[in-house]
Design a protein around this ligand. Structure first.
Ligand SMILES: [Zn+2]
Length: 113
């Protein structure tokens, strides 16, 4: 590339440096592939019954651990974790209000204190 003028990338004013807000101590685990590689565990549980407005149906308490290997196999490693809930359905009651809880692996080797 020997271009002299096109080589520069003049950014507009107000382009501030992307300040990383490291609010999360955990690493950026956003996809199934990353979660799997880190050894995370996942549980799904039916969230049906959270709504209090409807008539009191008996609450579905379905819950089941999810297999990250299976999830990666079916959804792909780049599937975002945040979308997983909307993709799942409770097999017990058919509700789509499913909550997915991810658990980082407990480091047994690391002794605290
Ligand atoms: Zn259910």
């Amino acid at each position: 590339m020997a271009d002299g003028e096109l080589g520069r990338n003049a950014g507009p004013e107000g382009l501030t440096e992307a300040s990383r807000c490291s609010t999360f101590v955990l690493m950026e685990v956003e996809t199934l592939g990353i979660a799997r590689s880190l050894g995370w565990k996942a549980h799904m549980r039916c969230a049906d019954g959270y709504r209090e407005g409807t008539r009191s149906v008996r609450r579905c308490v379905y819950r089941k651990p999810l297999d990250l290997d299976t999830l990666v196999s079916t959804r792909g490693p780049n599937f975002p974790l945040s979308r997983l809930e909307s993709r799942l359905m409770c097999p017990a009651c058919g509700s789509r209000s499913v909550t997915v809880v991810f658990e980082p692996p407990s480091n047994r080797e690391v002794r605290s204190g």
